[in-house]
Design a protein around this ligand. Sequence first.
Ligand code: ATP
Length: 466
Amino acid sequence: MWRVRKLLSRVHETYLEVHVGLDDTDTDLEGCTTYLTFKILSKILNKIPKAFSPNYPLLIRLNPVIPFKTRGNAATSFIIKIPEKDLSNMKKLVIDEFYEYLRNIEGSGVEPGLVFLYGNIPNELSKLYRKALTDYVHKDYVTKIINKLNESIEIPLSYSRGLVGALAAIGASNTLTECTYEILVYRTRNNYSRERCVDEESIKAMDKAFQNQTFLNYDYENNKPLIIPSGRNPVLLGIRGEDPATLLKALKTLNLCEDFEGWLIYKTNQALNAHHVERSIEEFRPYQTGCIKGRVFENPSIRSGGDVLIKLESLENKHSLWVAFFSETGLGKLARYLMKGDVIRVCGGGKWWEDLGLVIHGDLLEVVELVNETLRNPSCPLCGHRMKSAGKGKGFKCPACGYRSLTLSKEKVKINRGVAIGTYRPVDSAVKHLIMPQSRVGRRSDCSKLLVSEWVYVREDGSIHS
Ligand code: ATP
């Protein structure tokens, strides 16, 4: 009955749709934009009785090779529908909560961005999302967008770098074609400096029960939970998966041995390889992400520690760049077996190295063609030893018996390769937010999952308002 009355009252009032975007709120020591979003969103829903959110908030990961990020380059946004008369109240509430949060965190390095957007999402913001995901966004680019959209957006705090992510996270909401979901559980502040307490056996049991609908729960190779972050931040744990209702069920099976403040389910662009756009070797620039196809120019060089460096040339032989596969991703182990002439497709992010110039840090290796034969000097027809070149145009000579030949030629031999044609991904322990883990390959992801009843939960008063 209460729900019906609430719906009817919505019908008779003029509702505004407001998009709120947030970013860059964590310092070098603590903080988390998703936590601030949880605080703001739950407060709006509790304090403004007729406010409602028609969809999950977005947790958007942006370009992973951007130097300003402190951790996972996350930004967030959410949509809120409110009666027109409550708008100023809502804005005040958001801004107060934002300042309250900034007052309470220690450390430095925040450049907070907060944006309100009214009405539909303009194309400029969808474009900005795609650029912020795969490229470097200059502040002039953002300033131009802000000036162009000045009728529909509001920037209540100062202009700062955080606006890139805040605007991009709003732009993502009508750009995503594939989505995953994550339920994040937040700690109570007095626990922040303590080790996180979630029973490990219950994590393994949850993984076993929900592994077809969740991913990256537990690293069985290193015996380490993957749902628990490290460091002084408010996140107790995060379960990632394909379906919000399943995430909630999975969470409820865990044995949490510390108090928590609440949880929030996000829709995300995580684990989709969304940053893998096709590029040519020629156009790839530092701080861009993407995939390139090329031919291995010379046999890989293996650095101490097992990192592998490969020079890759375009198939037309015109341009080249370097690719690095780091040992901790597990890709180095395979890449070391590549050979001059192999054709590969590599995805990752471009960084500038003093000694090599542009180097793509590979997070996916696709082996497309392998060289299967090589040429070697003939064996001596008299004694069977391997012959040597006798000099340019002078044929071969045998180092054992001295036999010389101008007519013998190099022979083709089959090579046994330590790597096969196929697609290789990082090991689970090295999978960063945007990267699709092996366990997700082939899953379908759907952005239109409906809100489940406990998508946001605040433990303090136990009330859920959605
Ligand atoms: P989190 O810890 O929440 O995962 P983070 O701390 O790693 O995120 P932020 O604190 O959000 O990262 O800092 C990243 C900064 O870089 C933000 O100010 C964001 O607006 C900006 N930014 C993100 N992507 C780009 C990009 N492609 N080009 C330019 N600036 C960007």
